[in-house]
Design a protein around this ligand. Structure first.
Ligand code: SF4
Length: 308
């Protein structure tokens, strides 16, 4: 897929303890509408299949609905919205957003219970709102993909999170390794679990998704951390995203991730996944090290096909 991706706002109505954007600590939005409009205009008519909107929380922008109108007027085929779905708990608002062209909602689901999710978002009621938001857009015929970031507070209930998301009608579940930047970096030791600690739960969550014939996508994990489920790791070769992030444009999101966010170790040279694996988030490698990562010396049969 060839898509545009726009960071629409720095701010959010939640305060997640692992926010990579650092929204909980940002009071003033730096994203100017005219820069967003210029990016949309410059790229219109160039075969982009969708515009992906994210933040912060894109729906809290006062001009969010106007931006959806602008995207539609410029002829982009559809909009994907990464959201905490809290505002979508109101059916009239959810209907308006769907009618203005959002066909895919990527909803953050970081807990299987209100206690866990509200504890992470530091926003009481956010879990119930997200659940209702998903129900609303599913009822309206939109597609829902959930995204669950694995952290210290939720890893043990990851299988139950997957069950919940699928029960609510998600078309795909996305499990993301914690990107230890922004607020997650400020709270590093409070929020960051070790990969060897989370592995049994991640693998069980994957197994449940696969058993239920659900679509599964994993993001940000080193290949050696998810044995048996390597083929579900996101393949950015198939997804070309041109990104507007604050004041700069990334022509290719994958190149940016490889060049600036993740690192490899000498051991990776002897690993069969070295060419495709992005490695480990650099802040994690700097603080926790490499003792739990082991090069894979033989290509597992389970890794040979792409099922996503
Ligand atoms: S050993 Fe290195 S290249 Fe191999 S899967 Fe792990 S992080 Fe990736």
């Amino acid at each position: 897929m060839k898509a545009l991706s726009i960071h629409l706002t720095d701010v959010c109505n939640s305060k997640c303890t692992f926010c990579i954007v650092d929204s909980p600590h940002i009071k003033q939005d730096s994203i100017m509408r005219r820069r967003v409009s210029r990016f949309l205009n410059e790229n219109a008519g160039q075969d982009y299949e969708a515009v992906n909107l994210h933040g912060g929380e894109a729906t809290i922008r006062k001009d969010f609905l106007d931006i959806l109108d602008e995207i539609r007027d410029l002829g982009y085929p559809t909009v994907f919205l990464q959201t905490n779905a809290r505002k979508l708990a109101r059916m009239d608002y959810a209907r308006t957003v769907v009618e203005k062209g959002v066909s895919l909602f990527v909803v953050s689901m970081h807990g299987a219970t209100a206690e866990t999710q509200d504890g992470i978002s530091l926003a009481k009621g956010s879990f119930d709102q997200a659940v209702q938001g998903i129900r609303n857009v599913v009822e309206l015929g939109a597609t829902v993909r959930t995204n669950s970031v694995v952290c210290k507070d939720n890893f043990a209930e990851l299988p139950e999170i997957v069950d919940l998301c699928l029960d609510l009608g998600a078309d795909m579940v996305n499990i993301s390794a914690l990107h230890t930047d922004g607020t997650a970096l400020r709270n590093f030791w409070e929020v960051t679990p070790r990969y060897d600690e989370i592995q049994p739960y991640v693998l069980e969550a994957c197994a449940r998704a696969v058993r239920r014939d659900a679509r599964l996508l994993m993001e940000g994990f080193p290949y050696c951390a998810v044995p048996g489920y390597e083929k579900y790791l996101v393949d950015w070769e198939d997804n070309k995203f041109k990104v507007l992030y604050r004041t700069f444009v990334m022509e290719d999101y994958e190149d940016h991730m490889d060049d600036f966010t993740r690192v490899k170790d000498d051991r990776c040279g002897g690993c069969v996944f070295n060419d495709v694996c992005g490695g480990v988030y650099k802040e994690y490698a700097e603080r926790i090290g490499w003792d739990e990562f082991h090069p894979v010396t033989e290509l597992p049969v389970t890794a040979s096909t792409t099922a996503v």
